[in-house]
Design a protein around this ligand. Structure first.
Ligand SMILES: Nc1nc2c(c(=O)[nH]1)N[C@H]1C(S)=C(S)[C@@H](COP(=O)(O)O)O[C@H]1N2
Ligand SMILES: [Mo]
Length: 190
């Protein structure tokens, strides 16, 4: 990848891929800690889509990982669960999305980009990937997913980015085309 690398809370350094765990908890019938091996045993989904930053760059690729909907099917959210809150390693960065968006087919816990394992720079071992919304909703190096009955603003939302993160059409640098400026809207990203 050739995209800007965002680690607002500071780069986490080298992370333990095989020892990685994601704690899925909160308003669900079957809270579960998913290990790296658990994720590797689950169905891999490839989503051809863009990560698009509100800072106006966008990269398309083949994102490989486990659908968040497959995870939610296993933990069985209660009917009161309305938001999925994603926590990055160190638990300084978090962001939340509506459960309906989490259930969409291209919302993933991604561990690959174009067939290569995701490096820490880009949110490895496992990151959220949600092409339907601005990139700050795609939390990197996820350690916890919390099912919530109410919304809380995350790291960037508290600092002024919109809570709904709806992709506003406009000029964006296309990383797949040497950073050329192009007009893009949601339809170009998914
Ligand atoms: N933990 C963490 N996750 C994060 C960020 C961050 O600073 N820290 N930046 C977000 C923003 S603003 C964007 S656009 C994407 C950027 O992903 P990239 O660094 O892989 O290009 O990650 C999102 N996830
Ligand atoms: Mo961003």
């Amino acid at each position: 990848m050739d995209t800007p690398i965002f680690w607002a809370e500071g780069h986490p350094g080298t992370l333990d891929r095989e020892g990685w765990t994601i704690d899925v908890t909160g308003l669900c019938e079957n809270p579960t800690v998913f290990t790296w091996d658990d994720l590797m045993k689950m169905k891999k989904t490839i989503a051809d889509a863009r990560l698009t930053s509100v800072t106006r760059f966008s990269v398309r690729g083949q994102w490989g990982g486990v659908k968040v909907s497959d995870i939610l099917q296993l933990v069985r959210p209660l009917s009161s669960a309305r938001f999925c809150r994603f926590w990055s390693v160190k638990k300084i960065y978090d962001t939340s999305i509506p459960i309906e968006t989490a259930l969409q087919e291209k919302t993933l816990l991604a561990y690959e980009f174009d067939g290569e394992p995701l490096e820490e720079d880009y949110g490895g071992p496992v990151r959220g990937f949600c092409p339907y919304l601005w990139g700050y909703k795609s939390a990197k190096s996820i350690v916890k997913i919390q099912l919530m009955d109410h919304y809380v603003s995350g790291y960037w939302e508290k600092r002024g980015y919109s809570d709904d993160a709806i992709i506003v059409p406009g000029m964006v640098r296309d990383i797949n085309d040497r950073g050329r400026l192009k007009r893009m809207s949601l339809e170009d990203c998914i």
